[in-house]
Design a protein around this ligand. Sequence first.
Ligand SMILES: NC(=O)C1=CN([C@@H]2O[C@H](COP(=O)(O)OP(=O)(O)OC[C@H]3O[C@@H](n4cnc5c(N)ncnc54)[C@H](O)[C@@H]3O)[C@@H](O)[C@H]2O)C=CC1
Ligand SMILES: O=C(CO)COP(=O)(O)O
Length: 342
Amino acid sequence: MAEDITDVAVFGAGSWGTTFAKVLADAAAAHGVQRSIRVWGRNPETIADINRRRNGRYLGDIELPEGISATTDPSVALKGAQLVVFAVPAQSLRAQLEQWRPLIPSDAVVMSLMKGLEVGTDLRMTQVIAEVAGIAPGRIAVLSGPNLAMEIARREPTASVVACADEELARRIARVCTAPYFRPYTSNDVVGAEIGGIVKNVIALCVGICEGKGMGDNTKASVMTRGLAETTRLAVALGADPHTLAGLAGLGDLVATCASRLSRNHTAGTLLGQGFSVDELGNHMTQVAEGIKSAPAVRELARRVGVEMPITEAVVGVLAGRVDVDQLESLLLARELKSEGE
Ligand SMILES: NC(=O)C1=CN([C@@H]2O[C@H](COP(=O)(O)OP(=O)(O)OC[C@H]3O[C@@H](n4cnc5c(N)ncnc54)[C@H](O)[C@@H]3O)[C@@H](O)[C@H]2O)C=CC1
Ligand SMILES: O=C(CO)COP(=O)(O)O
C-alpha cells in the first residue's frame, strides 16, 4: 500500500526525537518516497546543529540524512503536518502542549515516544495528549520497545511496537517508520505498551542500584523478573493484555534498559547504588531519566487500583531518602513467602 503520510513534525530535539526523525528519513529513502520531517526544539544551538545534519550534543558525530529540518518555531514545525510525534520529557508535555494545541492540524494523527507517567495526575502520555489537545484516542498512538536511541542512530537492528486503539492507524504509522534497521510491530494495546515503557524505567533504577552495590547477575535477573511480574499486574489491572508485557514493549524494553550502560535510568540507579544522592545525579548526567520522576506516580497509580508493587515501593523509598540503598536487599527479601504466580 502506498504511504500516505509525507509530512511529519517531531517535537523534541533530544536523543530520541532526533533519532526517530532519522528513522523516518531513512524509511522514506528506503521506500523511495519524499517526506518532509521537521524537528522542533527549544535550544537554538541544537536546532542550528540539526540543520547542519548533526546533533552533536545528543548523538555525537552521527550524520543525519537528508529530509530533516529543524526549527524553534512550533507553527513552522506543525504547518501541514499529518503525523505529529512527541518526544519531550514526560513532565514537560502538558505545559508545552497547551501552547502547541491550537497549531496542531485538525486532521493530524499523533504519536507519543515518551516513557513517563505524569506526576500529580498519574496519567499516561497518550492520556495527557487526549486531555490537553482534545484528540480522540483513535488518533493517538504510542511507540515503545527496546529502543536505545544511540544504537538506532547507528542503524543497529531494532524492533518496536506501534500501539493504537485503531490498529489500522497503527499499521499506517508502522509503514511510515519501517527502515532497513527498524521493524515496528503493531498492537491495539496502548495501555500495555505505555505501562511497559514507564515501569521498566523504575525497575532499571533498581537493577542499577544492585549493580552499583556490586551485586551479580542472579540478583539483577531476579529483580528484572519480579519487576516484570509487578509491571504486568499493574498493566492488567488497567485493562492491558498480559501478552503485551511478554513482548517487545514489556520484556524486550526491560531487558535492553536493565542491561545497557546507554540507559539513563540504569546509569542513575548505578550512581545511587554507589552512594550518590538523588540531588548529586545531575552532576554526573544531563539527560532525562524518566523513572526518577515517574516512580512515585507509578506507586500512586498502583495503590489506587490495589496492585502490589514491592520493587517500585522500594525504589520510591530510596528516591525519597527514606530507604538507604543498603536496606533495599533485606526489604525485598523479607517479604512473606508466596507462589510465583501470585
Ligand atoms: N533516548 C532513548 O533512548 C529513548 C527515550 N525515550 C523517551 O523519549 C522521551 C524523550 O527522551 P530523550 O529524547 O531521550 O531525552 P533527552 O534528554 O535526550 O532530550 C530531551 C529533550 O527535551 C528538551 N527538554 C527538556 N526539558 C524540556 C521542557 N521543559 N520543554 C521542552 N523540551 C524540553 C531537551 O532540551 C532535549 O532536547 C522520554 O520520555 C524518554 O523516556 C524512549 C525510548 C528511547
Ligand atoms: O527507553 C529506552 C530504551 O528503550 C531508553 O532508556 P533510558 O531512558 O533509561 O535511557
